[in-house]
Design a protein around this ligand. Structure first.
Ligand SMILES: Cc1cc2nc3c(=O)[nH]c(=O)nc-3n(C[C@H](O)[C@H](O)[C@H](O)COP(=O)(O)OP(=O)(O)OC[C@H]3O[C@@H](n4cnc5c(N)ncnc54)[C@H](O)[C@@H]3O)c2cc1C
Length: 416
């Protein structure tokens, strides 16, 4: 059968896939690289898409082209190219239209997609979104024009970003959160006090401890959300932010090991020779505990993608693990960082906490008090990189525990 052939095939053209392509090209100037991407848009910076909803950036301003890794690097990117399955015996992928593409080495960097809870009725109505792609952002921006009230289901970071994009355009926004507080994946409820205050001040309505049971719609699309406390919120738009799930379905029936996501070894290899994985879809390990972990962070995807690219190009490179850090993010102008072990209720650990009217700092040490294992910083995130370093390197903190706690740590403290 007539089929295309590439030295390197990368499935998924986003953070991990493009970082890998770039790393391969650095080490192998000639090998043909083909990126197969299901989306209609060329690679772009996904975390920027709320700016399209807010009308602050155009798709062109989010494109990786120009500042991205592949310009002029002879990397072929095929958009609207969804891989339906992988034949690892014949070393080829099968596209949705049945065409095949052979590879010598392949990277699975298919990322994740929003989880839409099946127990909420009516999620297929017009005006219901889960912001993930530029296509979603365009559709949300169009719907925004006829929206006076939007209801966001879920209090995670992505929903907060989407909520602010709408607030900035004058849309009234209500966040419906099942947990006792927003950002429950990233910190404990009391640690989020400053952030909550900033969100309230910014004009976001937040309902905690309630869940949506159904979405009500008519010919114009969504008209209301029904809640489990019996209330109904009239609205013209709903955004679901209930976490993500890895895109692994195309591997059904293949021998590639999947356990939640695609299982990676310490060199980003998937379970078969010449197969690799990186990014949101990959199961890697957490450097503090060594436990398997999947994260959904751009920075992690880029780091792991780069490592996979080096390994694919023959430069054996160990992946140092995925650290659950959220780098320098802010909501409602309140910067914060959450890293490592931050949920401490009922855990045997030592905690130092300090709150002022504008800052909050929580440091989590192991039970012996000799290792820093987690940190939450709100308001003042200076030195977050140092905390990350101390956690990641599993350093014995005996020599600099006081400055660590007092927030006066600097690199000099690491000198022997
Ligand atoms: C609104 C928003 C804001 C965010 N903000 C931040 C932030 O501030 N900081 C941060 O660190 N992270 C943020 N993230 C998360 C970050 O964008 C992701 O962690 C990152 O994009 C993961 O990159 P990836 O390459 O692993 O996968 P993805 O970006 O998910 O890309 C995977 C690509 O593979 C394609 N694909 C899937 N299946 C197939 C198939 N079978 N065939 C071909 N192609 C396929 C997909 O269509 C997609 O284009 C945000 C995400 C969103 C949606």
């Amino acid at each position: 059968m007539n089929q295309q052939q590439s030295q390197y095939v990368i499935v998924g053209g986003s953070a991990a896939g493009m970082a890998a392509a770039h790393a391969i090209r650095e080490k192998d100037p000639r090998g043909k690289i083909t990126v197969l991407s299901a989306e209609p848009d060329a690679p772009y910076f996904r975390p920027l898409i709320p700016f399209l909803v807010a009308g602050k950036k155009t798709p062109a301003e989010m494109a990786m082209t120009g500042c991205g890794p592949y310009t002029g690097k002879n990397i072929v990117i095929q958009t609207r190219a969804r891989v339906a399955s992988v034949d690892t015996t014949a070393c080829c992928v099968v596209m949705e239209d049945g065409t095949r593409h052979g590879y010598k080495k392949i990277l699975f960097a298919t990322g994740s997609r929003p989880y839409v809870p099946p127990d909420i009725e009516g999620t297929d109505a017009e005006g219901v979104f889960a912001l993930r792609t530029l296509v979603d952002a365009r559709e949300m921006a169009a719907r925004r024009e006829r929206t006076t009230h939007a209801v966001m289901l879920g209090g995670g970071l992505l929903n907060l970003k989407a909520a602010f994009a709408l607030l900035e355009k004058g849309v009234r926004v209500t966040l419906v959160v099942y947990s006792p507080e927003v950002l429950s994946q990233l910190m404990e409820p009391e640690d989020a006090t400053l952030i909550r205050r900033a969100l309230d001040k910014a004009g976001l309505s937040i309902m905690t401890g309630v869940a949506a049971t159904g979405i009500i719609a008519d010919a114009s699309g969504v008209t209301a959300v029904a809640l489990d406390n019996g209330d109904t919120l009239a609205c013209q738009m709903v955004c679901i932010g209930k976490g993500v799930r890895p895109n692994v379905e195309f591997l059904a029936g293949s021998d590639v090991a999947v356990d939640g996501g695609i299982v990676a070894d310490r060199y980003t290899g998937a379970s078969l020779p010449d197969t690799y994985t990186a990014g949101d879809v990959a199961v890697t390990y957490e450097p503090v505990t060594g436990a398997p972990i999947m994260t959904a962070l751009w920075t992690n995807a880029v780091e792991m993608g780069r490592c996979a690219g080096l390994n694919m190009a023959g430069v054996k490179t160990v992946y140092t693990g995925t650290f659950g850090i959220l780098n320098a993010t802010q909501v409602a102008d309140e910067p914060f960082v959450s890293m490592g072990v931050v949920h401490t209720t009922g855990k045997d650990c030592e905690i130092y906490q300090k709150a002022t009217s504008s800052t909050f700092r929580k440091l989590v040490f192991d039970a012996n008090g000799t290792r820093l294992i987690g940190a939450v910083l709100v308001g003042d995130i200076t030195n977050a990189g140092l905390y990350r370093y101390v956690i990641r390197e599993k350093m014995d903190v005996a020599r600099f525990k006081r400055p660590l706690i007092d927030h006066t740590l600097h690199y000099g403290h690491f000198m022997r």
